[in-house]
Design a protein around this ligand. Structure first.
Ligand code: ADP
Ligand code: MG
Length: 209
């Protein structure tokens, strides 16, 4: 059986994103791994945030425009890598980039707020496909007073207030008894080691305890 992994690729890594995905595609080849890449919103979502400040949107509109910004990042990654996109959770070989808009309008059960961003949306896709969940970002993991936390419970993230995950993710992980690993995408081997189940780098967030 194939191991399923959902990897949320942060908008923070937009410059490195295409090369990173091509390296992952090559690495996944001949391995029994199905890798679904959930794009963040990055600069596309920031435009929506700016527009919201100047013109104002209601929460529903802001939510769908933000999800369309993930769709835009996905289409950008497809163009740069020629990796196929998918709009469903059907099984596939190798790597696919998820375009989330249609799936989420058909399965509309997340709160429509800026507390739900691609971190929580990635968790939803991992939960629905029974996959391990990894967030790839531009920091080593969750930092507390400058120190990297190797492991933290989702409820302790809620107590921390600000972290490098969106505010709804810890609640989502607890509700669905899921875990999530945060890993720095500037070091390719950290991503592959994490996919292989090695916890030597990054932060492991426990939603099940
Ligand atoms: N406690 C924290 N630990 C780590 N990163 C934090 C923390 N608080 C805020 N951050 C910020 O979160 C950023 C990562 O989140 P974000 O910008 O949303 O990235 P991505 O686009 O990859 O989701 C880091 O670059 C860092 O500046
Ligand atoms: Mg983010």
């Amino acid at each position: 059986m194939k191991e399923k992994v959902v990897l949320k690729l942060g908008g923070s890594l937009i410059k490195q994103g295409p090369e990173l995905l091509l390296s992952l595609k090559n690495w996944v080849k001949d391995r029994k791994i199905q890798l679904l890449v959930v794009p963040g919103g990055g600069p596309f979502a920031n435009q929506i945030r700016d527009m919201e400040e100047t013109t104002g949107f209601d929460d529903d509109t802001a939510h769908w425009l933000a999800i369309l910004s993930m769709e835009q990042y996905g289409i950008y990654l497809r163009e740069k890598t020629k990796i196929e996109t998918t709009a469903t959770l059907s099984s596939f070989e190798g790597v696919r980039i998820l375009l989330p808009y249609r799936f989420l309008t058909d399965n509309d059960d997340l709160p429509h707020s800026w507390g739900v961003t691609s971190d929580t949306i990635g968790a939803k896709f991992a939960q629905m496909s029974g996959a391990n969940y990894i967030k790839v970002t531009d920091v080593d993991g969750i930092l507390q007073e400058g120190n990297l936390l190797r492991e933290i419970t989702a409820s302790d993230i809620i107590k921390m207030g600000q972290s490098c995950v969106d505010t709804c993710l810890p609640n989502y992980l607890i509700k669905h008894e899921m875990n999530c690993t945060i890993v720095n995408g500037n070091y390719f081997s950290r991503i592959t080691e994490t996919i292989m189940g090695n916890r030597d780098t990054g932060t492991y967030i426990r939603g099940k305890f």
